[in-house]
Design a protein around this ligand. Structure first.
Ligand code: PLP
Length: 417
């Protein structure tokens, strides 16, 4: 599907007059629409709730929008828990804590905030008990091992992933937890990342529903919810079609009717922890072309770098680029679009066909709303950019300022700086 920015060149030129590039720009209207569609797609399930994966976009203004749409948060660290608390999510039902290799202080805070704790391993039962005691409601993370394949290009290798418990372990864990007084259980699993397929959630749901029936029938435990976690993806490349969340919701409903309802489990709540699907398409990294270089290849240097968007450097990820105002010009140039890090993998695009780029052109990097700003770091002394919200009425609001050199120096100790 053709990728179009959610702002026009005229709009963006106004925005950059106020906020210098580079910055991450988010589209409030799109975020709300995606959240509403998700809730509609799962409206057949009473108690459905999306716990937005904070790690994807840890920005309070974004979390508040999602909260208004009915979402909770999924946290995996102390600061994500603290952020959720400060954003008003600590109401006893709106925080999921899906962490791994968890320090005791994080379990303590999660329990204090009334978060649903999702145990990554059977040994965490004793660890949690020692840290703060076992709550009455708990979730366990399941890893079925082996390969997971949908028979399409969706394939992942849960057997090689550090997360979750084996099947015998989850049975053992539930038995122990029941003895410890747990009254309500949940099951969670995350088998494949960025799936561009309407089949992933229904296939995962069937695996978890069958496991839930077995656990209930063998151990007599009450399964209150099933957490399908994240993994529903987005098409980063224009040749792919986006997922149809309504088809996905319908596929999960079918599995629910076939497996859970006949087992007398028609009251099980469905939870999700989507990050990428909720936010990625609704963010742009806006940069300016500031250098061009002709050596063995043609390079366009921009004023952002991998410190602002790490995915291309880290995974060779594709992010579509629009040269603003040149949408209809022929893509008759082949460029490497590069950032300023002293690392040769700091390339937003390699051998990308684009229209001729002139110095000062504004470039939009698409689909940076999740795992974009969030993965930022300070290598080479590069500073994290601002985040700007394009509000529903078309106005803009800064929701995080850019880092300054003083922020970067602020943690230095033992030296008169
Ligand atoms: C990263 C993560 C998510 C979100 O994943 P997306 O691919 O962004 O949907 C959800 N749950 C857990 C436990 C995660 O680690």
């Amino acid at each position: 599907m053709e990728k179009k920015p959610f702002v026009t060149k005229e709009q963006l030129e106004k925005i950059v007059e106020k906020y210098p590039t580079p910055f991450h720009l988010y589209d409030e209207k799109g975020i709300r629409q995606t959240a509403r569609d998700l809730y509609k797609a799962f409206s057949w399930n009473e108690g459905f709730k999306e716990y937005f994966a904070v790690k994807a976009t840890p920005t309070p203004a974004i979390l508040k929008i999602l909260k208004e749409e009915g979402c909770g948060t999924d946290c995996s660290s102390l600061t994500e828990l603290m952020m959720s608390d400060r954003c008003g999510f600590a109401d006893g039902n709106s925080i999921m804590f899906s962490s791994n290799e968890t320090p005791a202080e994080e379990f303590i805070l999660a329990k204090k905030l009334g978060a649903i704790i999702n145990l990554d391993d059977i040994t965490h039962i004793d660890f949690l008990k020692d840290a703060c005691g076992i709550p009455e409601r708990i979730c366990c993370r399941y890893n079925p091992g082996g390969y997971f394949s949908l028979g399409t290009d969706i394939m992942d290798n849960p057997g090689d992933a550090k997360y979750g418990m084996t099947k015998p372990q989850i049975f053992e864990a539930f038995k122990r937890l029941k003895r410890e007084g747990v009254k309500e259980f949940g099951i969670h699993s995350f088998l494949a990342s960025n799936t561009v397929s309407n089949e992933y959630y229904p296939a995962l749901a069937a695996i978890l529903f069958n496991l839930a029936v077995e656990l209930k029938e063998n151990l007599g435990v009450h399964i209150g919810f099933i957490n399908l976690s994240g993994g529903v993806g987005i098409p980063y490349t224009p040749d792919k079609e986006p997922n149809d969340i309504f088809a996905i919701g319908e596929g999960v409903r079918k599995a629910y009717e076939e497996i859970l309802v006949p087992a007398g489990m028609g009251d099980v709540k469905i939870f999700t922890e989507l990050g990428r699907f909720m936010l990625a398409p609704h963010g742009h990294l806006v940069v300016k072309a500031i250098h061009e270089k002709h050596t063995y290849k043609e390079y366009i240097g921009v004023d952002a770098c991998a410190a602002n968007l790490m995915r291309p450097a880290m995974y060779g990820a594709y992010h579509h680029i629009t040269v603003m105002g040149k949408e209809n010009e022929p893509c008759d140039h082949t460029y490497d679009v590069v950032g300023s890090l002293c690392e040769n993998n700091d390339k937003f695009a390699i051998d990308r066909k684009l229209p001729k780029i002139d110095m000062g052109d504004l470039l939009v990097l698409h689909d940076t709303g999740a795992h974009g700003f969030a993965m930022g770091y300070n290598y080479n002394g590069r500073l994290k950019s601002a985040e700007i919200l394009l509000q529903e009425d078309g106005s803009t609001r800064m929701i995080r300022r850019a880092e300054t050199p003083e922020d970067y120096f602020a943690t230095i100790e033992g030296f008169d700086f």
